[in-house]
Ligand binder design. Structure first.
Ligand SMILES: *Cc1c(COP(=O)(O)O)cnc(C)c1O
Length: 422
């Protein structure tokens, strides 16, 4: 059954009015919200408020701003908690994805246990693998022996049987991305978490490519930890603070990397020589929170809540990628484009990945035609409609512009991909 016309979908879209929150250049189609989301007026206003308080209150901003700066990380945690399916106390806001991963490993990984292999996957964002390798070295272990990467049979997606087969008795910790950054595959977080836990394995998730696009139920699923960034689907700004989840079963564990901001708030300024960790995830905080990159997140979270929360975003996101898939199948057939993102809703994240040998040039040509996609080497074009600011009409128009480029060979006027694309 064909999907209704894009204009009709826009007319009855309950989220359509939120696009006005994102002032973008007229006619531009931005499909890179999975790498860097666009600023909303609320995010900008939240940032301006803190800058203003800094000017008028100086140091007193920590305690006398409205709300006091000291409370902002907790407020952000309360806003993110429903997106990851956790209690606010188990969510920490601060740092960045990779440093937070280091902190969780430092806190939860035991190099002296009999089972000490860490399992990750061969397709993950390389920063996670760098962190795992360097962590093992720091603990005196050899990453060649103690890090095992689950292979991909096609170089695009992971198979759940390959993941489960990797959970052997020598494994202590498993780290996986919920959505694979290249192909956009969404893993079965609930099943993998349950199987890992049943095997006594510590299970952690990288939600960088799913948070704000796909709902999560970390507490229900029983994950031990998760890390994520807020500058992608959550539109908190370039390099915005990251976040993490620590399951309450680990509450009270001393942080692997201790710092004064992880001390119980009422004891923080006691400057006692021994660290007294704050309750929940806050105990893993290390230094003073980056307020200027946390403030926009507060505005962004307010917007997500006003728009109806993550279920509403996910419903629109799937409808948008459904529409794009239908158009891609109908319009791009015969042009050498292969959709590598799994098509079933339970296995699809928020973006689509198209493979084409000239993906780099297609990316340049699309940008010249007013569409911002994203390239991932060697051959992937990623298209990421944001349910908050992309219209259905824009989804269809982006595919139409790609079709015209392929039909006319307009991309061939652009230089070939450099050997190493930044
Ligand atoms: C974006 C992303 C990161 C980025 O980490 P930062 O430390 O925030 O730069 C890490 N892992 C995955 C899976 C990502 O998608």
């Amino acid at each position: 059954m064909a999907t209704p016309a894009p204009a009709e979908l826009d007319a009855r879209d309950p989220l359509a009015r939120w696009a006005a929150e994102f002032p973008a250049p007229e006619g531009a189609i931005y499909l890179d919200g999975n790498s860097l989301g666009l600023p909303s007026r609320r995010a900008e206003a939240a940032l301006a408020r803190v800058v203003d308080q800094w000017r008028t209150l100086g140091i007193d901003g920590w305690t006398r701003a409205d709300p006091p700066w000291l409370e902002l990380p907790e407020r952000a945690a309360a806003g993110v908690a429903p997106l990851v399916g956790a209690a606010p106390v188990d969510v920490g806001i601060g740092g960045q994805t990779t440093p937070n991963l280091h902190q969780l490993l430092a806190t939860l990984y035991d190099p002296a246990a009999a089972a000490r292999v860490i399992v990750a996957d061969a397709l993950n964002f390389a920063s996670d693998t760098y962190a795992l390798r360097s962590h093992l070295r720091l603990r005196g272990l050899d990453p060649e022996r103690h890090l095992r990467l689950i292979p991909s049979r096609d170089g695009r997606v992971l198979r759940i049987d390959d993941i489960l087969a990797a959970l052997t008795p020598d494994v202590q910790l498993l780290l996986l991305p919920a959505v694979l950054y290249a192909s956009g595959q969404l893993l079965d977080v609930a099943t993998i978490t349950r199987k890992a836990r049943a095997a006594g394995i510590t299970i952690g998730w990288d939600l960088s490519h799913s948070l704000g696009a796909v709902p999560h139920a970390l507490a229900r699923d029983g994950a031990d930890f998760a890390v994520w960034s807020h500058y992608k689907w959550l539109n908190a700004g370039p390099g915005a603070v990251g976040g993490y989840f620590l399951h309450p079963r680990h509450a009270g564990r001393p942080p692997g990397l201790a710092g004064w901001w992880g001390v119980r708030p009422e004891r923080r300024f006691a400057m006692a020589p021994v660290h007294e960790p704050a309750a929940g995830a806050a105990g893993l905080q290390i230094g003073t929170p980056h307020l200027l990159s946390l403030a926009p997140l507060l505005g962004s979270l307010e917007l997500v809540a006003a728009a109806g929360g993550i279920a509403a975003l996910r419903a629109k996101s799937l409808a948008q990628t459904d529409l794009m898939l239908e158009r891609i199948d109908a319009e791009l057939a015969g042009h050498g484009v292969t959709v590598v993102t799994p098509r079933g809703h339970p296995a699809r994240g928020g973006h689509l990945a198209l493979a084409h040998p000239e993906a780099w040039r297609l990316c340049q040509a699309l940008k010249a035609a007013g569409v911002t996609p994203d390239f991932r080497g060697p051959d992937l074009l990623r298209l990421a409609p944001s349910p908050l600011y992309t219209s259905y009409a824009a989804c269809a128009e982006a595919v139409a512009r790609l079709r015209r480029i392929l039909e006319t060979g307009a991309h061939l006027r652009f230089p070939a991909a450099p050997a190493l694309v930044p």
